[in-house]
Design a protein around this ligand. Structure first.
Ligand code: HSE
Length: 435
């Protein structure tokens, strides 16, 4: 048997403590699987006094994560501090510069500095592994990088943020307010330290940028992701979606188009029959469309200590076995620069909810704004009754579903409808994603 593999772990939050527990619990199985004994030998975290429910008696404690990253007695540096910059970046950079392999769950760090860190890892012959950074316990990084190596991927999309999915599911099922559901998600430990990262779509965008690079062999480019959060979603939209056979999810979507690679995060209507629509609560799901495998969906826990620790431990096990995959699947020099497809050229169906003054000709005028631009309507519903889409007195909700049209054309039609003066509120629209 080789020498033990010595782990230095920075960040002892929920995930960090779970990694230590899981390594202990599975110690014998991991030794059999990797032919190495895996031992946590040193840790670093902010508060030494806090009881984390793990035995750290035999573990060296360092206050400075960078010192831990450079520690000669450590073979693998595990970064679970979080944050795109600051100590996480300093420590991972220091570890890689010293030729030490790194495992991280930090999607923000990878979204911002992934390319540079991958280059450093490559130069130094170290591993940079980040299975836990996307979709918690779902092995999506390995699936894209290794499992689908024989495919050309056309689209990858999914529910990548447990907090948003939890909020939308609870709102829909229990008719609760957005604020109550967010507070619940925070209480249950799903949300990021700053929940605007979750509800504003930024957490999903970071994860999507990582998936895009792996799926299309492109240099990670989080700046190219078009991001919209779920703050604008009303119960009326969830109810209308339900009636029309859809569900609203915050999706991250990356797609190969004739205009380049489209990367977008936004609330999305998905047919209730689709795989991603079935996913409720904190669960994540990722669907991949590829030429050989056709459609593949992975579903599982997207957040939480144990599930995320499962992915961290899998990366540690790979390194223990001597696996050194290129972080993004290709040598850094071979990663293409993705031409970002502008959102205005996005082609798809739309759900539109308008609050129209209940006057003769309102619905007809609205419909004609769409017809003038060759936007074909799949359905148009005008209804005046309490409940679904109810607006202020004297108004009626008009709900439209369009066939595929360009976003630019759709926005022009809505601007024209607003200019007609028949609308009491700003139009709401939600993009539709079909299987
Ligand atoms: N805040 C994230 C989520 C945690 O809700 O999915 C996992 O990245």
């Amino acid at each position: 048997m080789s020498n033990p593999l010595r782990i230095g772990l920075a960040g002892l939050g929920t995930v960090g403590a779970s990694v230590i527990r899981l390594l202990k619990r599975q110690a014998d199985a991991l030794t059999s699987r990797t032919a190495r004994r895996i031992e946590v030998v040193a840790v670093s975290a902010r508060d030494r006094g806090r009881d984390r429910g793990v035995d750290l008696a035999d573990v060296e404690w360092l206050d400075d994560p960078v010192a831990l990253a450079r520690h000669e007695g450590v073979d693998i540096f595990v970064e679970l501090i979080g944050g795109a910059d600051g100590p996480a970046l300093d420590a991972v950079t220091a570890a890689l510069a010293a030729g030490r392999s790194c495992v991280t769950a930090n999607k923000a760090l990878l979204a911002k500095h992934g390319l540079r860190l991958a280059r450093l890892a490559e130069e130094k012959g170290a591993a940079l592994s980040f299975e836990a950074s996307v979709a918690g316990g779902i092995p999506i990084v390995k699936t894209l990088r290794e499992g689908l190596a024989g495919n050309q991927i056309e689209r990858v999309y999914g529910v990548l943020n447990g907090t948003c999915n939890y909020i939308l599911s609870r709102m829909e099922q229990e008719r609760l307010s957005f604020a109550d559901c967010l507070a619940e998600a925070q209480r249950l430990g799903y949300a990021e330290a700053d929940p605007t990262f979750d509800v504003g779509g930024f957490d999903t965008a970071h994860k999507l940028a990582i998936l895009t690079s792996l799926a299309f062999g492109t240099a990670i480019d989080a700046e190219a992701v078009n991001v919209e959060g779920i703050e604008s979603i009303r119960l009326a939209d969830l109810e209308a979606a339900d009636e029309l056979g859809y569900r609203v999810k915050l999706l991250g979507v990356a797609r190969r188009t004739p205009d380049g690679i489209e990367q977008r995060v936004h609330p999305t209507m998905v047919p209730k029959s689709s795989s991603v629509a079935q996913v409720m609560g904190v669960t994540n799901a990722v669907t991949i469309d590829a030429d050989a495998v056709h459609e593949l969906t992975l579903v599982g826990p997207g957040a939480g200590g144990e599930a995320t620790a499962s992915a961290v431990v899998a990366d540690i096990a790979d390194i223990a076995r001597g696996v050194r995959s290129k972080p993004f699947g290709l040598p850094v020099a071979a990663l293409a620069r993705a031409e970002p497809a502008p959102m205005q050229l996005h082609l798809g169906g739309y759900y539109i909810r308008l609050c129209a003054f209940d006057r003769p000709g309102a619905a007809a005028a609205i419909a004609s704004r769409f017809a003038e631009r060759d936007i074909s309507l799949e359905s148009i519903v005008q209804r005046r009754r309490p409940g679904v889409g109810a607006g202020p007195a004297g108004t009626a909700p008009v709900i439209l579903i369009t066939y595929a049209t360009h976003e630019k054309t759709l926005r022009e039609a809505l601007e024209a409808a607003v200019a007609d003066g028949f609308l009491a509120e700003k139009p709401q629209f939600i993009r539709i994603e079909r299987e």
